[in-house]
Design a protein around this ligand. Sequence first.
Ligand SMILES: NC(=O)c1ccc[n+]([C@@H]2O[C@H](COP(=O)([O-])OP(=O)(O)OC[C@H]3O[C@@H](n4cnc5c(N)ncnc54)[C@H](OP(=O)(O)O)[C@@H]3O)[C@@H](O)[C@H]2O)c1
Length: 213
Amino acid sequence: MTRTRIHNLSMSLDGFATGVGQAPDAPFGHAGHRLHEWMIATRFGAPIVGREGGTAGVDNAFAQQHEPGIGAEIMGAGKFGPPGWQDDADWRGWWGPNPPFHTPTFVLTHRPRSPIEMAGGTTFHFLDASPAEALDVAREAAAGQDVRIGGGPTVARDFIAAGLVDHVHLVQVPIVLGRGVRLWDGLEALEADYDIEAVSTPSGVTHLTFTRS
Ligand SMILES: NC(=O)c1ccc[n+]([C@@H]2O[C@H](COP(=O)([O-])OP(=O)(O)OC[C@H]3O[C@@H](n4cnc5c(N)ncnc54)[C@H](OP(=O)(O)O)[C@@H]3O)[C@@H](O)[C@H]2O)c1
């Protein structure tokens, strides 16, 4: 049985998984890179921002779980680009020619367009579909492997609320953003459906895993 997984979803102490004011040079708005500094510091995360090296400790052990066994990703329009990207025929995402997904990647949007094939195995497909319908399509594309829900927080929340997610890895970062998009709204009593573990690491973040009971 394949699973639906979320990895490395980072949020502030006040529950925001992104800030406000997204722009082509500000994927997380006023949050800057503060939500992901823990990950960029790791061996897994450093190459994503063009750096070498990185730590190989507990943060890295969690971060690298993002990849193994994943055959497709689903993301929201807000992860794929800043507000209005649908009006830019040349917008191909924030990640350059070789995005860090390396699988079919389904972008949920009310304004779909033709697929875009990128280097490194990522093809962006654009879908206007319910979470359950999108998951069916992504599962088919994943060919027996798991599907990752890549965020942002709106899409992650929608899939969790619909009961479609088997494993969630959240990272609570010790910053207070004050504004942005919250993950938790509408997910009251979520803990009843999952086994939960937490571990804090020397970098100051707390990794939380929610695994379906
Ligand atoms: N903290 C983290 O770890 C993390 C991870 C990933 C992303 N992010 C950040 O989170 C932000 C994006 O998150 P977000 O919550 O603003 O947006 P999002 O979840 O990426 O996307 C939400 C948008 O996707 C489209 N959509 C969602 N469900 C749909 C459906 N069923 N059918 C058709 N379209 C659908 C809608 O856009 P339209 O109506 O415009 O089509 C909706 O407004 C970005 O700043 C990104 O960098 C953070």
